[in-house]
Design a protein around this ligand. Structure first.
Ligand SMILES: Cc1ncc(COP(=O)(O)O)c(C=O)c1O
Ligand SMILES: N[C@@H](CCCC[NH3+])C(=O)O
Length: 419
């Protein structure tokens, strides 16, 4: 069931007309449906529970909005974080420290120390030296850091090159064939409770086969580690499950993914951790924007909207597809380009798109913008970060927009020697 529905000729988020939010909050504005987020969290949790003992940590890079995180915390999800800032956000949103996993290829010593001081549940180590440093920091504090080794299984996830993480040439993880030797050296360190492995091969995966191949390699590694006398009680299978951005795209469902995981891991006898991001948030959000101008083009008109690549970067970076729809569709369609005001030729959301016919002043939405949308926004061209709104039934609230109003550096902030 979609919580973004046309009712009475107008697109609503749950029961709230998007035109009302646009009128009251302004545009552009991100709008998230709490019911959709809740449903996605429940469906995912239930799907992976087929595989036995499981925990789910939302990859909060996908959507670190405090309201979204609070809601997911209430659904029993933890957080997968990749920076001290994300760690603090997860805690601020009410996530329990023990439900936080710290991933990331470049954690600083200060970030490792923060994780230890807060007592987070798991560190995913990316290299041997990181394990040595973490062990020392933990020992100084009289603690043992719960940790797993992130391995790079060298599989081609079949996703966009810019979001692939599990091939040998990617910067992520340790070569899987070196994991045993590194385990031998790190496991005895008194400051570490080295208890398993982690992997994550990429994002927006549309096919389960590469994941299954990667899991099979991890299965062999678990056997090898246990044969060498190591304790393997925890395996983190990462995130990556794809979503449908456009009609006809049929990524595996969470249920199919869960069934595959159950099959692939049935002999492992470990607690499994998952780090889904996109599958929880992408289709729970839209970016609402107003048509500023319809400008004639050589082959198609340019629909110039007030949202731009600084608000939603995915199209410019990954050539991603986001569906475009009118908030009040007239029933007529036309073929047009949709672009923002930023001074870059890549600030184009759609090219030669058959879409609802719109005119100046109309509202449109860019769909599937709930993941890697607001969080990747910048202030390029001195554009303010746009507000984010959470809808629940017939209510909505603006939550944790980072800069709600325009912020302009004033002359006081310019160093004297420049004045
Ligand atoms: C380590 C790690 N875990 C989880 C995720 C979340 O991925 P996704 O949003 O595709 O589920 C990512 C992003 O690709 C990641 O790098
Ligand atoms: N930001 C990317 C996904 C990267 C996933 C993080 N490792 C996207 O929008 O598709």
């Amino acid at each position: 069931m979609d919580h973004f529905n046309i009712t009475g000729g107008e697109l609503h988020a749950e029961e709230v007309p998007l035109s009302r939010i646009a009128a009251e909050v302004g545009t552009p504005v991100y709008v998230y449906s709490t019911a959709t987020l809740q449903r996605h969290a429940r469906v995912f949790k239930e799907a992976v529970a087929q595989a036995g003992r499981t925990r789910v940590a939302f990859a909060i890079k996908a959507n670190p909005n405090l309201g979204v995180l609070r809601l997911l915390a209430n659904e029993g999800l933890g957080a997968d974080v990749v920076s001290g800032g994300e760690l603090k956000r997860a805690l601020a949103a009410g996530m329990k420290a023990e439900d936080i996993v710290f991933s990331g290829v470049g954690k600083t010593r200060a970030e490792l120390a923060l994780g230890l001081d807060e007592g987070i549940g798991q560190f995913n180590l990316e290299l041997e030296e990181e394990g040595v440093v973490l062990a020392a920091l933990a020992a100084e504090r009289g603690k043992r850091a719960p940790a797993v080794l992130r391995v790079n299984p060298d599989v081609d996830a079949g996703t966009h090159a810019k979001i692939s993480t599990g091939k040998a040439e990617n910067k992520f993880g340790l070569p899987i064939d070196q994991a045993r030797a590194i385990f031998d050296r790190l496991a005895p360190l008194p400051g570490l409770d080295l208890r398993g492995v982690a992997l994550h091969i990429g994002s927006q995966l549309k096919d389960l086969a590469p994941l299954e191949a990667a899991f099979d390699r991890v299965g062999l590694l678990i056997r090898e580690l246990r044969a060498a006398g190591h304790k393997v009680t925890h395996v983190d299978l990462g995130g990556g499950l794809g979503v449908s951005y456009r009609e006809g795209e049929t990524p595996p469902s969470p249920a199919e993914y869960g069934a595959m995981v159950a099959r692939a891991t049935k002999d492992w006898d470990v607690e499994l951790m998952f780090e889904p991001g996109r599958v929880i948030a992408a289709n729970a959000g839209v970016l609402v924007t107003e048509v500023l101008w319809v400008k004639p083009g050589v082959t198609h008109p340019w629909v110039i909207v007030d949202a731009a690549m600084n608000d939603l970067a995915r199209v410019a970076i990954y050539d991603a597809w986001h569906d475009v729809a009118a908030v009040r569709p007239s029933g007529e369609t036309f073929t047009a380009n949709v672009a923002g005001p930023v001074c870059e030729s890549s600030d184009v959301f759609a090219k030669a798109r058959v879409m609802d016919k719109v005119a100046q002043g109309d509202l449109i939405v860019l769909r599937s913008a709930g993941a890697y949308g607001a969080t990747m926004a910048s202030t390029y061209n001195s554009r303010a970060l746009v507000p984010e709104v959470l809808v629940s039934g017939d209510r909505y609230a603006i939550v944790a927009s980072r800069i709600a109003a325009e912020t302009i550096m004033d002359a006081e902030q310019v160093p004297d020697w420049l004045k």
